[in-house]
Design a protein around this ligand. Structure first.
Ligand SMILES: Nc1nc2c(ncn2[C@@H]2O[C@H](COP(=O)(O)OP(=O)(O)OP(=O)(O)O)[C@@H](O)[C@H]2O)c(=O)[nH]1
Ligand SMILES: [Mg+2]
Length: 369
């Protein structure tokens, strides 16, 4: 994934089409001088429609699209002819896109499924022709309705990735390395802080050709809620994840304290994040001997399942997957809907059949430096 092409926020002015006016036409023909009203209705104005597209994973294609304008409806005409509808504009967006009114912040649409269509800005209704208004006391109305005007609304489209597991940790904890080892993703990895600047997604192959989606987001540091480091803006991408995998390096001076810092930053961003299922991974465990591991284990928080892993030696990677899978299944049982439509899951489910040896994949030297 080209990292600088990840756009998760765009603001667009949407102008829907005006409805066509109804016609006030009177029927006339030889032998029927008083033919009566036969004005047709105007066509409705064009809608602006959001459509889910699982092939997309960013809003990049909308970045420079500031105005979207739908067509106007055509007025009705004599002979009870209804005017044509205005042309709709369809905006394809990735799954997980939310549309808000830019002024009020009100959520107008949320796209979670491929092919799902939601009218974001409805076109104006077409006016009724005079035929609708004839009655016993007014058999030849000369009145017809004008078309309804269209709407002009500034909308914000925001993408919140739909993944099953979100990686949370300080910079350099080894998040991207883990993603590169368990999935086919190739995130940038280096031994300096903030290597990852935009989220990366990877599909993790699991036993029996199953898979789940993991999202690697930029590292969080103490004070991120006040804007330190890259801030918390990327945390929105784990808001809809079923499970959070906290990752803390084994060489951290105080693992329990670091865990608390991460929790409190998450809470400041959105307290609901604390209701999610959590797993704690102590990374880089290849640097520990058994004695040290036991010593660290005694200090770990009791309220969260933990596992010592090493992405480099593959230590406990399968155990970690088992643990995550179990949590994902539990979460899906509780709330089956939102995570079923993961962006890549569908695509990779087909590919997975060819990848039996996926779990045993060796980490290549290139991936690690
Ligand atoms: N010894 C050892 N080193 C590791 C392991 N996993 C990652 N590293 C090293 O730790 C450094 C940081 O790894 P990254 O995966 O880039 O860390 P990150 O958490 O993605 O960091 P940011 O993107 O900056 O937030 C790299 O030099 C990796 O080679 C591991 O299991 N064992
Ligand atoms: Mg990284």
């Amino acid at each position: 994934m080209a990292s600088n092409n990840f756009i998760d926020y765009v603001k667009i002015c949407c102008r829907s089409g005006r409805g066509g006016a109804g016609s006030a036409h009177m029927f006339r023909s030889k032998g029927r001088p008083l033919g009566g009203p036969d004005g047709g209705d105007g066509g409705r104005g064009g809608h602006i429609i959001l459509r889910g597209n699982k092939q997309l994973w960013t809003l990049l294609h909308l970045q420079y699209k500031k105005h979207v304008i739908a067509g106007h409806g055509v007025p009705g005409s004599g002979g009870l002819c209804t005017g044509a509808e205005g042309d709709d504009v369809i905006l394809d967006v990735p799954l997980g896109t939310i549309a808000r009114d830019a002024e009020t912040g009100e959520i107008r649409a949320e796209i979670t499924e491929d092919g799902q269509e939601i009218i974001l800005t409805p076109g104006g209704r077409g006016g009724w022709g005079n035929d609708h208004f004839k009655s016993a006391t007014n058999q030849a109305p000369t009145y017809a309705q004008p078309g309804e005007p269209g709407q002009e609304v500034w909308n914000v489209l925001e993408l919140k990735l739909l993944a099953d597991v979100g990686l949370v940790g300080f910079p350099n904890a080894g998040k991207s390395t883990l993603l590169s080892v368990v999935s086919a993703a190739t995130p940038k990895i280096a031994d300096y802080a903030f290597t990852t600047l935009v989220p990366n997604l990877g599909v993790v192959g699991y036993r029996d050709y199953q898979s789940f989606v993991m999202a690697d987001i930029p590292g969080i540091i103490e004070g991120a809620a006040e804007g330190k480091g890259l801030g918390l803006r990327f945390l929105k991408h784990i808001e809809r994840n079923a499970t959070l995998l906290f990752m803390i390096a084994a060489d951290s001076p105080d693992i329990a304290a670091e865990y608390q810092v991460l929790l409190s930053e998450l809470e400041q961003f959105n307290p609901d994040l604390l209701d999610k299922r959590r797993v704690l991974a102590i990374t880089k465990a290849d640097m520990l001997d058994e004695e040290l591991e036991a010593e660290i284990e005694a200090t770990l928080p009791a309220d969260v399942p933990h596992v010592f892993i090493s992405s480099i030696t593959q230590k406990n990677i399968q155990q970690l997957k088992d643990l995550l899978w179990q949590q994902i299944q539990d979460a899906r049982r509780e709330d089956p809907k939102p995570l079923r439509h993961s962006i890549w899951a569908q695509k990779r489910a087909d590919d997975d059949a060819d990848e039996d040896e996926f779990d045993d994949e060796e980490v290549s030297e290139d991936q690690l430096d």
